[in-house]
Design a protein around this ligand. Structure first.
Ligand code: HSE
Length: 404
């Protein structure tokens, strides 16, 4: 029998418990041995919930039980997750997690520790919710040198942007809905300011390029400045706005960023709506490959954690090689990153165009019938620093969004 302990009985942890118990028969068959949930750790009580029979409040009970083979964590945050992960691996047990903060910060250290102990530290659920993306990067795409990743990596912000786009909903109302559905982080600032997507693109980039991409080096913009007026323009242009986590290798320089991007209806990620995530990878061998699915929520995220439990149950005493070296990759300065920009300016296009052209050169002007006292323009491809220089010469700029 393979014994599992689940850490945390919140949205994801309760989903993991539900899937492991309800699908016990098929999971055990796929492992070739009975997979049993021996403990669930949470500080709270859950009177009347079936979890009561296995609920414990003290992590040491799990750590010191030689029958526990796999610890599946769904608590989030660094403390005490880092301590628990280290102690679990040092005790010769396997660890899997949905905790992107933990993986982004301590991934290389915990992978190395797992390798030393001949155990596994797996984290499929840390990026893209239920989408298999970590295992494909570590196994299926390893013959290629990935050159670019563009991902809609946060379900909450994609849910908000989609509702603003399609239903004209207000930012605050949709955020509340996303929280009620269990998509958002405890502190939703991490979602809307892009910090969550930042950790996720750091994890994907580290695995794709093989060395550590430090999330603290990644330029990050969230979606709090996106307004209903921006969507009036996108509607006219058959475009939409998505929060991208993006990294690319440009002649050996690695760029990484999180920012809202305006994309047109032919972009492969255009139809990734609501809580869905989509991840587009490019490489000279594979060309384009895209992954799509539910990026947040109880059961989709639990599906990825349970897949890791099954993998670890199959390889209980054998380390699955994962290359994420601790040496930091130097991230190229965002100032040199090149994009087209969509820019909104106060005033009348006829009166202001000369000022805009003097700063930006030729631009494409966009106006929308029911938006008065302002207009928009689209620049040519320009480096971020050149954009800043030009923008400083034009008065009344209210918005700028990169275009992909
Ligand atoms: N808050 C995260 C999201 C949860 O909305 O994508 C999944 O990581």
């Amino acid at each position: 029998m393979v014994n599992v302990a689940v850490l945390g009985y919140g949205t994801v942890g309760s989903g993991v418990y539900e899937v492991l118990t309800q699908n016990k028969e098929v999971i055990s068959k796929r492992v070739g041995d009975e997979v049993n949930v021996k403990y669930v750790l949470d500080l709270r009580e859950f009177p009347g919930d079936p979890v009561e029979s296995v609920l414990v409040h003290d992590f040491d009970i799990i750590l010191n039980d030689p029958e526990v083979d796999i610890v599946a964590e769904a608590m989030g945050g660094l403390n005490p997750a880092y301590k628990f992960a280290k102690a679990t691996l040092e005790a010769g047990k396997n660890y899997c997690t949905s905790n992107k903060e933990l993986v982004a910060k301590y991934g290389p250290e915990l992978i190395a520790l797992a390798e030393k102990m001949n155990k596994n530290f797996l984290f499929e659920a840390s990026v893209g919710g239920g989408i298999p993306i970590i295992r494909p990067l570590n196994e299926s795409l390893t013959g290629d040198n990935i050159t670019e990743i563009s991902g809609i990596l946060n379900g909450t912000t994609n849910f908000i942007l989609t509702k603003m786009d399609k239903e004209g909903s207000s930012f605050d109302d949709v955020l509340k809905e996303a929280q009620a559905l269990g998509y958002a982080e405890k502190d939703p600032t991490a979602d809307v300011e892009g910090y969550d997507a930042c950790r996720k693109i750091a994890i994907l980039s580290s695995l794709a390029y093989g060395s550590h991409v430090d999330f603290e080096d990644i330029y990050t913009e969230g979606i709090t400045k996106i307004t209903d007026v921006d969507f009036k323009y996108t509607k006219k242009m058959n475009k939409s706005i998505k929060l991208f986590g993006k990294s690319k290798n440009v002649n050996g320089k690695i760029y990484a960023m999180v920012a809202p991007f305006m994309i047109d209806d032919e972009h492969p990620l255009f139809s990734v709506n609501g809580v869905k995530n989509g991840i587009l990878c490019k490489g000279p061998v594979i060309d384009d490959i895209m992954f799509y699915g539910s990026g947040a929520g109880k059961l989709p995220t639990a599906s990825a954690v349970v897949a890791d439990v099954i993998e670890e149950a199959r390889y209980l005493n054998s380390h699955i090689k994962m290359v994420w070296e601790p040496e930091k990759i130097e991230i190229a300065d965002i100032k040199t990153d090149e994009n087209k920009y969509f820019v909104r300016v106060e005033g009348n296009a006829d009166a202001k165009l000369a000022e805009v052209k003097a700063a930006f050169g030729e631009v494409e002007v966009v106006t929308v019938d029911d938006v008065t006292d302002e207009f928009a323009f689209i620049t040519n491809v320009m480096a971020h620093e050149k954009y800043e220089e030009a923008a400083a010469k034009v008065s009344g700029i209210k918005q700028r969004i990169r275009m992909a």
